[in-house]
Design a protein around this ligand. Structure first.
Ligand code: SAH
Ligand code: SF4
Ligand code: F3S
Length: 548
């Protein structure tokens, strides 16, 4: 039995968070012990993100610290997993000899083998060329699997299927919220984006497996599931044509690839398909214990009316669409290869608003894409004023190696201009968000209580530091919630612990809600439950209300 301790830190998107959960489960079942701090860990793994340079820099600084400790004589196995490993590949390992192993997101099922190889090679010359292959699992060209459907049915799929979900009472929503992957990879090839290069071709999981996974999670107490995919609403599974292992159908390469279209599975006469709309309805019907079904991230062009109607009709499917526009300028959208015009995006928004009552819309925007002029940027400002986005994640364009944008366009918008546009857009979005939130004041809504609010936690800490009372209960909760920054909150300024505790949670539309709960009501017992809340106040980032 293996008793080595492993510290695993995750950067990047929800897909990476899920991958890390699967890796942890896999390593634990092999006898590894997962620890919360890198200090003293035998193995340090970073599950990395490559989407922007900044994301890579974060990982680099962590890798640098561990490398220094290794050079100073500490025996640590240092592994780089995820998109950065896939993007930078073997070169990275040669340039940074302290890194012992690399494993791309499409090869995570091979991680235990790599760790074993390292252990066996310990004591011998690790940097020897022939051993590099034993320390590296990257998809490389294999990860764009358009030549064969076979590759989609590999052990990676089995990693998802073997998921051992142990609800962590310390996690957000007391472990009652979980992710389920429905597609991997992406076929869209937006010109700025590294994801199709790191995650490979779009692959769709069989609906039966997805429902089964949701059922298992529900049986373990999960009440909120977020379905994951880079273009999640592009999901469409054609039955009877996928790879099977021991008679069981595994994942299949998704539509959208040129080469794939030649065989065009989804339009094969008589083929039975499960569309995204049908998948949502299937999960809703078969696993009613899931009180909230969400999905991210959606692609504006891929929403059928059928899908919008299912969301409107099924009460446990959240009326929340994260559907990035990226820009409001047709010229820039074209250079980005987004595949839609501003008019088409707005037509989609109108359709969604007409069909789904109280639909809540969020997005992403990139500022400073190559050649973006002031006029292009103003088109984006107009878009933000036109659509009631509850929030937008705003990113400064970051040139990524291997992308078409890097090859074709010069990164010519100066960083000062990118920053200024970023700030201007944040200011506009703050106004829009404030209006969206204000509309909820006076209404009653359901809130999934996720945690003791950040302000409350820091107030608790400050108070316990000041008082140093032994045995004082300090409620903590892990997980990285997208909470408003302290100070933007709901006026909890006092250091003294009050008669009530401030909790935070989310509405079906993903709006953050703060609620004060009297200590006598045992507020911690509400975490992970859905409560009716009367909304009394709002800000740009959140709502506040009381339990009814
Ligand atoms: N699949 C999702 C998003 C994946 S990446 C989608 O298509 O919507 C998350 C966000 O990062 C993107 O929506 C985009 O806004 C941003 N992003 C991706 N590549 C970027 C780059 N090179 N520079 C700046 N932002 C980028
Ligand atoms: Fe990247 Fe575009 Fe795919 Fe999203 S849809 S992952 S932005 S290539
Ligand atoms: Fe980053 Fe890879 Fe996700 S690049 S955003 S971790 S798909």
């Amino acid at each position: 039995m293996n008793h080595r301790s492993v510290y695993l830190e995750t950067f990047g998107c929800q897909m990476n968070e899920l991958d890390s959960e699967l890796v942890k489960g896999q390593l634990e079942s092999l006898g590894y012990r997962l620890v919360d701090r890198d200090a003293g860990a035998d193995v340090v793994l970073y599950n990395t993100c490559s989407v922007r340079e900044q994301a890579e820099n974060k990982a680099w600084s962590r890798i640098g610290v561990i490398s220094n400790r290794k050079r100073a004589g500490e025996e640590i196995i240092l592994g780089v997993l995820g998109c950065m490993a896939e993007r930078d590949g073997h070169d990275l390992l040669r340039r940074h000899p302290e890194v012992d192993l690399m494993c791309g997101p499409g090869e995570l099922d091979r991680l235990p083998l790599l760790l074993d190889n390292i252990s066996r090679a310990r004591g011998s010359e690790l940097n020897h060329r022939s051993q590099i292959d034993e320390r590296v699992a990257l998809g490389g060209n294999r990860s764009r699997r358009w030549s064969t459907l076979q590759a989609a049915g590999d052990n990676l799929e089995l990693l998802d299927l073997s998921r051992a979900f142990n609800p962590d009472p310390g996690a957000r929503a007391a472990g009652r919220s979980a992710y389920v992957r429905i597609t991997r990879g992406c076929n869209k090839f937006c010109t700025y984006c590294v994801v199709p290069h790191t995650r490979g071709a779009e692959v769709h999981r069989p609906p039966g497996d997805i429902v089964e996974e949701c059922r298992t999670l529900a049986d373990r107490g999960v009440i909120e599931i977020t379905l994951l995919g880079q273009t999640v609403n592009h999901y469409c599974y054609t039955h009877g044509v996928a790879v099977s292992v021991s008679g069981r159908e595994l994942a299949q390469v998704g539509p959208g690839l040129k080469s794939f279209e030649e065989g065009n599975l989804s339009s094969r006469p008589g083929a039975r398909t499960t569309s995204f709309a049908e998948l949502l309805e299937l999960i809703h019907e078969r696993v009613p214990e899931i009180r909230r079904l969400r999905f991210v991230t959606s692609y504006p062009r891929d929403f059928s009316d059928e899908a919008l109607d299912v969301i409107a009709r099924c009460e446990r499917i959240c009326p929340y669409l994260h559907v990035p526009a990226q820009s409001g300028s047709d010229r820039i959208l074209k250079l980005m290869n987004r595949g839609y015009s501003l008019g088409q995006y707005l037509e989609f928004i109108d359709r969604a608003q007409a069909r789904i009552p109280d639909v809540s819309i969020a997005g992403d925007v990139i500022v400073g894409f190559p050649t973006e002029t002031e006029e292009d940027f103003e088109d984006t400002i107009r878009l933000l004023r036109r659509v009631p986005f509850k929030n937008n994640f705003i990113f400064k364009y970051s040139e990524r190696p291997g992308t078409v944008a890097r090859r074709r366009f010069e990164d010519d918008v100066p960083i000062a201009v990118k920053k200024q546009r970023n700030n201007r857009l944040l200011a506009v979005q703050a106004e829009v968000s404030a209006e969206v939130h204000a509309r909820w004041v006076g209404r009653t809504t359901e809130v999934l209580v996720e945690q003791v609010s950040k302000q409350e936690r820091s107030r608790g800490k400050r108070h316990s530091r000041a008082q140093a009372l032994p045995g004082q209960v300090t409620l903590t909760s892990g997980g990285a919630a997208l909470e408003p920054q302290p100070g933007a909150g709901e006026g909890v300024g006092a250091e003294e612990p009050g008669a009530s505790i401030q909790l935070s949670g989310r509405t079906p539309g993903d709006l953050i809600v703060f609620l004060d709960c009297p200590r006598s009501h045992q507020p911690e017992r509400l975490i992970g439950t859905i409560q009716k809340v009367h909304i009394e106040d709002s800000s740009a980032l959140s709502l506040s209300g009381t339990l009814i």
